[in-house]
Design a protein around this ligand. Sequence first.
Ligand SMILES: Nc1ncnc2c1ncn2[C@@H]1O[C@H](COP(=O)(O)OP(=O)(O)O)[C@@H](O)[C@H]1O
Ligand SMILES: [Mg+2]
Length: 321
Amino acid sequence: MSIIQAIDLTKRFEDLVAVDHLNLSIDSGEIFGLLGPNGAGKTTTVLMLSTVIKPTSGTAVVGGHDVRKSPTDVRKLIGICFQEPKILWVSNPWDVLNWHAKVCGLSTQERKRRVKQVLEDVNMWDYRRKKVHGLSGGMKKRVEVAKVLIQRPKIAFIDEPTAQIDVVGKHKIWNMIRELRDEGSTIILATNELYEADRLSDRVGIMHKGKMLVCDTPKTLKDSIPGGDIIEIELEKEAGQSVLKELNDFEEVADLVSLKPNKLKVHLNRVEEIVPQIIEVFLRNGVPMRSIRMSEPSLDDVFVHYTGLTIEEAEQKSPSR
Ligand SMILES: Nc1ncnc2c1ncn2[C@@H]1O[C@H](COP(=O)(O)OP(=O)(O)O)[C@@H](O)[C@H]1O
Ligand SMILES: [Mg+2]
C-alpha cells in the first residue's frame, strides 16, 4: 500500500528546475532509495515531501495528508535526518538527542535508555559531552542519524546517512536503518552511493536532472539491461563451432565474444539461472573448463544504461546543478 505519492511534484529555483514533474509512489514499510548524482534533485525532493520547503507546483500526499494543505499533519508522522545536520552547535550530542527525544514525547526513563543505547550504537557514547561544533563532519552526521533512530517515526527521511563515515560505521548504520524498517517505519533514503542504494533499498528510483528515470527493485533494474551479465570462460582447448552455436542459441545470450581460441566472454541475462546449462554444454561436448567467472551488472551499469553517463561523469557535467 502506498504511503507516499508525489504528483507532478516540481520545484524551481529561479531558472533552474531542481525537481521536474516528479511522480512517485512509495509503499508502506519499504526502504525506498532515491539514487542520483549530486545535483539530481534528491534533497529538494526530500525537503518537499517532509514539508520543509513548498513545491512550486504539483504536490505530494504523505501518510494520507497533502503536503500543501495539511503540512502539520504530515509533520506528526515523519522524522528527518538532514543532509546538512541541523543541530545546535553550542550543545553536545547527549543534550541534542535528549532534547529531541523529549520533543518526540518519550518519558524521562525511556529517553535515558534510548539516548544511551543509540549513542552507543552510532559509536558516539564517548563523545556525548563534547561540544557539537568541535566534532568532525562524520561525527555530526552520526548525531543527525541518531535523531531518527531515537524517534522511530512512521516515515523516516534519511538524506546521505553515511557521507564522511568510515566503512565499519557505514555497515552499522545500514543495519540500524534496516532494523527501523523491520519495526515498521517506511524509509526514504537519498544517496549518491550506488553500493549503499543497492545494499539497503527494497526499491530504487534513479534521479537525474530533476527527473525520475526509472524505479524498481535493484535486481529488476539490473536485469533490465540487455546482456548486462557477463561470464568469462577459459577452456582446456578450443571450443568448436557447434559448441558456440549451442551457446548462441540460448535466448538469454545477447552476445558471444572469443577473446582467444580457448577463452570466451558471454554477455547475457539472468546469469544465475542459466549458468548450469552453459556448463552442461561444455561437459556434454567434451570440452573441459579451466575457469569460469561471472559478474552481474551494478546499479552503476543501470545508470549508464539510462543516461549514457557514469554517476561521476553526470556530476562533472552538471556545473549549474
Ligand atoms: N535553495 C536553493 N536555491 C537555489 N538552488 C538550489 C537550492 N537548493 C538546491 N538548489 C539546486 O537544485 C539542484 C538540486 O539540488 P539538490 O536537491 O540538493 O540535489 P541532490 O540532493 O540530488 O544533490 C542543484 O542544482 C542545486 O544547486
Ligand atoms: Mg542532496
